[in-house]
Design a protein around this ligand. Structure first.
Ligand code: HEM
Ligand code: HEM
Length: 232
């Protein structure tokens, strides 16, 4: 993990650090899935609502499907074999961090007036939602490829299932975009550009040596693995 101290910060009690949290492979997976999904939502809408261009839209829908599949395949591989913040377990609900999840809910229901809590890589409230999204993307891809050859499987009508999962993903995309813009706007971590550059910004309180009474022991592992801890 890379740390870059930044000297321009003005509050003498705080310091600012940039940490590389999103590796290139995760960013590549994210943007392939994002671009593929947005194109699939658009071409899917054309297929359903614009009969005059539907034939062309089907071809573009398949092209976008391969972009999505590339990103999704890479992301699923990272779930199993990726770095520390990319693995499956980091997207599971973490019951030791329910206080951060509650603060996130307060932040949303106050429309950003309550403080945004801090976190390291994945937002603890959204992690499990991302896991469900990956499942939804697998389902929409499977029903998309299978629906024309096998429209009915075990009594399920695949075109309706495809439409159902596509609508659920559409809702996720709206909520996701609102959330990441709100986090970027009200927070200090520069979340959106972090998904481009890989670096999040952490504002850290300096410790006054006068306040330190006694000696605290911490292990080398704790210093070397800040990603498993809150930055605060
Ligand atoms: C186009 C504008 C988009 C922007 C600016 C954006 C931005 C972001 C940001 C900042 C995060 C990190 C959030 C966090 O702290 O947890 C994130 C995560 C994520 N986003 Fe997006 N996103 C966009 C579109 C999408 C779309 C369309 C999808 C649908 C596939 C998507 C799927 C995800 C997933 C699955 C994650 C979790 C990262 C991972 O572990 O793979 N994003 N996005
Ligand atoms: C990833 C692989 C995918 C494949 C192979 C695929 C394939 C297809 C096919 C063959 C159709 C029917 C076209 C026709 O009626 O001639 C269709 C329709 C549609 N797809 Fe996909 N699709 C995929 C992913 C997605 C995704 C991710 C979304 C949105 C999130 C989506 C949204 C839609 C919509 C809204 C329709 C129109 C349904 C209707 O007519 O009511 N698809 N797709």
């Amino acid at each position: 993990m890379t740390q870059t101290p930044m000297p321009m910060h003005t509050d003498p009690n705080e310091t600012v650090q940039r940490h590389l949290v999103w590796r290139g492979w995760l960013r590549l997976a994210h943007w392939s899935m994002a671009a593929g999904t947005l194109a699939l939502l658009f071409t899917g809408w054309l297929i359903a609502n614009a009969p005059s261009v539907a034939d062309h839209a089907v071809q573009d829908h398949y092209l976008a499907a391969y972009l999505l599949l590339g990103g999704l395949g890479l992301r699923l591989w990272l779930l199993l074999r990726g770095g520390e913040v990319e693995r499956f377990k980091t997207l599971l609900p973490d019951l030791t961090r329910t206080h951060v999840m509650k603060d996130m809910v307060r932040f949303y229901i106050s429309f950003g007036r309550m403080p945004l809590p801090r976190w390291y890589a994945h937002n603890p409230l959204w992690g499990p939602v991302y896991l469900l999204l990956l499942l939804a993307l697998v389902m929409v891809a499977a029903t998309g490829f299978a629906q024309q050859q096998w429209p009915i499987v075990y009594g399920f009508y695949l075109p309706s299932m495809h439409r159902w999962w596509a609508d659920a993903i559409g809702l996720f995309v709206i909520a996701h975009l609102l959330a990441v813009v709100l986090h970027d706007w009200k927070g200090t971590a520069c979340d959106v550009s972090a998904m481009l550059s890989g670096y999040r910004i952490f504002v850290i309180k300096r410790i006054d040596p006068e306040e330190i009474v006694g000696t605290q022991r911490i292990s080398v592992e704790q210093i070397a693995r800040p990603s498993s801890r809150d930055p605060d």
